[in-house]
Design a protein around this ligand. Structure first.
Ligand code: NIG
Ligand code: FE
Length: 411
């Protein structure tokens, strides 16, 4: 089936080839004004200026997009949407002034989510994660990465990854799975890190590989969690099974996570709230993508990622939601884009590129998604009338999306 969308006010991120954008190139967002877009069997088959439009109305369905902006759907390359329960009680404790350590002592944090997850059935986890997936698609997300990491036991991690595999099977949007067994040390391994690392390497990874449950391997490289050496050991073990590294780095401290990720040839290093010149330079000289998660910094009341310094140094930057119950209980990429402009001084063009084409690269989906390119999937956002592209992040908090198209169909 063919759909012809006509009179599009702004057709955003039109590209003939997909290139990872770094430094200055991030601010180049190609926009075609007064455009048409043709979609055939869920794939972008043609686009151009209305001046050159010739309708093929005998075989096509028409959609008049007068006043609308059409752009690639968001590519959210970092989420944890499989979890058992929300954690708003911790949120209130934090408001009252309890520290991270005090909350952890009360049984909070990642270990709290792990206890709950291990008590919850695969079916229940699947149902709640599917609801979250549908929720974010309605907000314009057209591809997503989902991590394990709230199991922290062989059975728990496998259960999470099986849920993600099922989501892949039923999801209308591409889903990538990341194994994050190294999210936190379970209490019983606090004094014996090597035993938990052995569990990851000798028991979890072979089982995950056998069932083909993961695309990537992740570790929380952070003071009090996994050291650079432990991160490297775990990621290299995953890489033996063909899993590329995508790691949590430099969230709370200068953890050495960026250096470790670059050394491993990681696809991305994510978070980056805490960066020094050395970490920025090493990232800029590498092929690793720096994925910024502003809503996590916001929710934890931390300084935002130094996006300006990171981009100006020449790094390739993506934006993602980090949707999870502990540090970013929102998967709204519109908000992520706004926040990156308002708080991190990213230009609207940079933010949109980082949340579309570079997000696609951060999931190895650049040949399928992330731009208006012939041959890519028609996963698209159709906005309500907006005066300019900068209006999207500027008028924050309002819903600018009129409709979302996934594989050429209205969602
Ligand atoms: O990406 N930083 C580590 N992991 C998650 C949060 C985990 C949690 O508190 O549940 C994150 O922010
Ligand atoms: Fe995360």
């Amino acid at each position: 089936m063919t759909i012809e969308c006509t009179n599009i006010r702004f057709l955003v991120n039109t590209r003939t080839e997909s290139k990872l954008l770094r430094g200055d190139a991030l601010s180049d967002l190609p926009i075609m004004e007064n455009a048409y877009l043709r979609i055939t069997d869920g794939i972008i088959s043609d686009y151009g200026s209305m001046a050159d439009f010739e309708s093929d109305s005998s075989t096509s369905e028409a959609y008049d997009a007068t006043g609308q902006t059409v752009m690639p759907a968001w590519c959210d390359s970092h989420t944890h949407i499989v979890f058992a329960t929300s954690r708003e009680d911790e949120f209130v404790d934090k408001i009252k002034g309890l520290s991270y350590a005090e909350i952890a002592a009360k049984g909070g944090g990642i270990l709290n989510s792990a206890t709950k997850l291990n008590e919850t059935s695969e079916g229940d986890l699947f149902r709640s994660a599917k609801e979250r997936l549908n929720e974010v698609i309605r907000m314009g997300t057209g591809a997503i990465e989902i991590k394990s990491g709230y199991g922290l036991s062989v059975e728990g991690e496998l259960k999470m990854l099986r849920v993600i595999k099922k989501l892949k099977e039923i999801s209308p949007i591409p889903v990538k799975a990341t194994f994050l067994g190294a999210h936190s040390y379970p209490v019983e391994y606090k004094e014996n890190h090597q035993a938990y690392i052995d569990l990851i390497i000798k028991q979890m990874l072979p089982a995950i590989a056998k069932e083909e449950l993961a695309d990537y391997i992740d570790a929380f490289c952070e003071t009090g969690f996994f050291s650079p050496e432990e991160t490297e050991l775990i990621c290299r073990a995953g890489m033996e099974y063909g899993l590329k590294a995508k790691i949590h780095a430099n969230q709370l401290n200068l953890s050495g996570g960026v250096q470790t990720g670059v050394k491993l040839g990681a696809l991305s290093v994510d978070h980056l709230e805490t960066m020094d010149d050395d970490a920025i330079r090493i990232l800029a000289e590498s092929d690793t993508i720096g994925t910024l998660l502003p809503t996590a910094a916001y929710f934890l009341r931390m300084p935002f990622q130094p996006a300006r310094k990171i981009i100006d140094a020449g790094c390739a930057v993506a934006l993602a939601s980090d949707y999870n119950p502990g540090s970013s209980p929102s998967g709204n990429m519109n908000q992520v884009v706004s926040m990156s402009c308002i708080q991190m001084r990213m230009l609207p063009e940079e933010a949109i590129n980082a949340a579309t084409i570079n997000g696609a690269f951060a999931m190895d989906l650049q040949d399928e998604l992330g731009s208006i390119t012939i041959g890519k999937k028609a996963n698209l956002i159709f906005t309500k009338p907006i005066p300019s592209i900068a209006y999207l992040p500027y008028a924050f908090g309002a819903n600018h999306i009129d409709r979302v198209m996934i594989n050429g169909e209205w969602f």
